[in-house]
Ligand binder design. Structure first.
Ligand SMILES: *[C@@H]1O[C@H](CO)[C@@H](O)[C@H](O)[C@H]1NC(C)=O
Ligand SMILES: *[C@@H]1O[C@H](CO)[C@@H](O)[C@H](O)[C@H]1NC(C)=O
Ligand SMILES: *[C@@H]1O[C@H](CO)[C@@H](O)[C@H](O)[C@H]1NC(C)=O
Ligand SMILES: *[C@@H]1O[C@H](CO)[C@@H](O)[C@H](O)[C@H]1NC(C)=O
Length: 542
């Protein structure tokens, strides 16, 4: 611990300065290269991912990450978009009744704190249609007209009362800050690497996704996964060799904002409702005699292979109904068990995916968690039902995991694990990543996903009956380190990366932004239950 402290004293105060300095420089080759031996022999050892293997859309980050212009830099808080003066109203004349299955449209005018209409777009608004009595909700579409006005559109998918609600998540001025930080070629958090020598000597250094962000003034250690090519860097410890790295944990949140940025992101203007601009409406069934309460066309069973439309579903009576496939409910323990019988499920990702594992463990008493003496946030976790032959794994994705101290040997590359799976009709893979990648430039996640896409494609090529499910990242954070705006970009990456592959998507973004509950990076049980039931619908479509 003494060494840790002295190291911090040495570099702690300087780190921001060093990072800024390194921004001006190109990536030098790390002076010390260390390639860890493979954990097991693999025929799939391949060269580092190259951009050619990326789907076309993912290579063109400019086009993938398009966001409307956010106006020029002004140092004037009062000129930023305000949730109190911005308003919305119906696009057409008010109707007494609205027909089930039709659309409600509204126009939103963004204004600054002095009530002056904005002349550019780029604000992040979130619109919802809620039916609280019916425990119903659906995300509205927000189309940025790029002149300070926005077109809101809500599909009317249930019969009964409904109410529009709009919130300003971030002003365009905040989006500008987030863009600047995100694309600024630097990490906004760092990590700790714990080294231990044979004689018990210990050292702690800073680690990160690139050599500069380790703050190292001397050599760095490079860790490259021989199968996936994924890279990780640590400042080289002063006395121990690079291969003495045994532990990993989160480090610090780096200071990346100015006082003006922080004023723009203040809680009083972040994730705040706009004054209500549309009276509650009543939606009535389309035809006399048609007593259906929801507008659901006949839908095919839930199978992998297509991107979900928007909206991908809606809540009604606390149940998520997919708009593109006949999502099922699994009301009893035995219905879940029957669906999972004989399956081996590999969940890999972050703690929002661990919630699925925990939900199943807590809901199905015969799924017994196996005590692997795991006391680490990285897992692995396992639950088994021996009579039904069900195995449920969860493991964290590898670096850049933000976690308490965890053994480096427990951090497994997702791509590498996928390359080691035989696959088949009883193998289910679930990937749920994103939340830990918002603190780095976009290229970091793009490169990681390129390797994972390649591994998923290879798995599906050798065993097309393998089910691969992608959980999109959900709403939650509102800071410069993790913000819904950043998560929107991360989800664009996820969609683009798996576009064209036979994988299933669970749009957790929409499922966490359709109800009148506060955003939470770890959503409440009702939402997790619906995510898991959609997931089970892909395993057992009929
Ligand atoms: C990338 O997308 C942008 C914006 O759509 C377009 O102008 C540009 O030509 C594209 N570049 C490539 C290489 O496709
Ligand atoms: C509107 O809905 C109410 C309640 O369902 C019904 O009594 C009324 O006839 C409807 N009016 C029109 C114009 O459809
Ligand atoms: C904004 O753009 C839309 C679409 O082009 C247009 O219909 C509307 O009149 C414009 N509004 C303002 C205030 O310029
Ligand atoms: C009843 O209305 C729903 C929603 O508009 C529609 O999808 C369904 O096909 C209709 N059923 C019949 C029998 O007309």
């Amino acid at each position: 611990m003494g060494q840790f402290k002295s190291y911090k004293t040495l570099t702690g105060g300087l780190i921001v300065l060093i990072l800024v300095f390194y921004l001006m420089m190109s990536w030098p080759e790390p002076m010390n290269r260390w390639i860890p031996p493979p954990h097991r022999a693999s025929k799939h050892a391949s060269e580092p991912n190259n951009w050619d293997s990326l789907p076309q859309e993912l290579t063109n980050l400019t086009s993938l990450l398009y966001w409307p212009p956010t106006g020029g830099d002004k140092d004037d808080f009062l000129a930023s978009t305000s949730p109190r003066t911005s308003t919305y109203r119906l696009k057409g004349p008010a109707q007494t009744n609205y027909t089930l299955g039709s659309n409600l449209e509204a126009i939103l005018v963004a204004r600054d704190h002095k009530g002056r209409p904005k002349t550019h777009g780029g604000d992040l608004f979130r619109a919802q249609l809620l039916g609280q009595e019916l425990k119903a909700g659906v995300p509205g579409e927000v189309k940025d007209l790029e002149n300070g006005t926005y077109l809101l559109s809500f599909p009317l998918l249930w019969a009964g009362p409904a109410q529009v609600q709009v919130r300003l998540i971030h002003s365009s001025e905040v989006v500008r800050v987030l863009q600047r930080v995100w694309k600024g070629k630097r990490a906004t958090v760092d990590f700790r690497g714990y080294f231990r020598g044979r004689d018990g000597t210990q050292e702690t250094v800073i680690c990160n996704v690139d050599p500069q962000s380790t703050g190292a003034q001397g050599p760095t250690c490079q860790y490259r996964d021989v199968v996936s090519g994924e890279l990780w860097f640590c400042a080289q410890p002063s006395t121990l060799p690079c291969d003495a790295l045994v532990g990993h944990s989160s480090g610090s949140y780096l200071k990346v904002t100015t006082r003006h940025d922080e004023e723009l992101m203040a809680g009083s203007v972040t994730d705040q409702p706009l004054p209500s601009g549309i009276s509650p409406i009543l939606v009535t069934p389309a035809a006399i005699g048609n007593m259906s309460d929801v507008a659901l066309p006949s839908r095919p069973p839930c199978r992998p292979g297509h991107l979900s439309p928007k909206p991908s579903g809606f809540y009604y009576q606390d149940r998520w109904h997919s708009t593109f496939c006949s999502s099922r409910s699994f009301p009893t323990v035995s219905s879940i068990l029957n669906c999972l019988a004989g399956r081996i499920v590999y969940m890999m990702g972050d703690s929002t995916l661990r919630q699925w594992w925990e939900y199943l463990r807590d809901t199905v008493p015969s799924l017994k968690p196996v005590d692997l003496h795991v006391q680490y946030q990285a897992g692995p976790l396992m639950a088994v039902d021996t009579t039904r032959g069900t195995v449920l794994h969860w493991r964290a994705h590898s670096w850049p995991l933000r976690s308490r101290r965890t053994p480096v040997a427990s951090l497994h590359s997702v791509a590498r694990v996928l390359h080691g799976l035989a696959g088949g009709p009883y193998t289910v893979v679930v990937l749920g990543m994103g939340a830990h990648f918002t603190t780095f430039p976009p290229s970091i996640f793009a490169r990681r996903l390129a390797g994972i896409r390649e591994a998923v494609k290879a798995l599906l090529d050798r065993e097309p009956s393998t089910l691969v499910v992608i959980k999109l990242a959900n709403t939650g954070y509102k800071s410069v380190y993790g913000s819904d705006w950043l998560t929107i970009q991360v989800n664009r990456f996820l969609r683009a990366a798996f576009d064209g592959l036979q994988v299933a998507f669970v749009d957790a973004w929409e499922m966490t932004s359709s109800l009148a509950v506060p955003d939470d990076i770890h959503p409440k049980r009702l939402i997790v239950r619906n995510e898991v039931e959609l997931f089970l619908s892909f395993i057992c479509p009929t």
